[in-house]
Design a protein around this ligand. Structure first.
Ligand SMILES: [Zn+2]
Length: 76
């Protein structure tokens, strides 16, 4: 989905794990891309070095709702 005329700079994956504080936002794009391409999410997390289950749930359960909210924002 693309928002015409808007530049989205908000990254809504939390920057760090809520529980242990490990930075995760830098892994989101690759995780999402590979899972959408059909790879097994667990295997991708292993390869990204996300070992703790508190961190794994952050990526596994995240939904990018920004794309559903954009149509309802005021034009810039
Ligand atoms: Zn964690």
């Amino acid at each position: 989905m693309e928002a015409k005329g808007l530049q989205v700079i908000v990254m809504l994956i939390p920057v760090r794990c809520f529980t242990c504080g490990t930075p995760l936002a830098d892994k989101w794009e690759e995780f999402k891309k590979r899972v959408e391409a059909g790879e097994d999410p667990g295997k991708v997390l292993d390869e990204l070095g996300v070992k703790r289950y508190c961190c794994r749930r952050m990526l596994l359960s995240h939904v990018d709702i920004i794309y559903e909210v954009i149509p309802y924002t005021r034009p810039v």
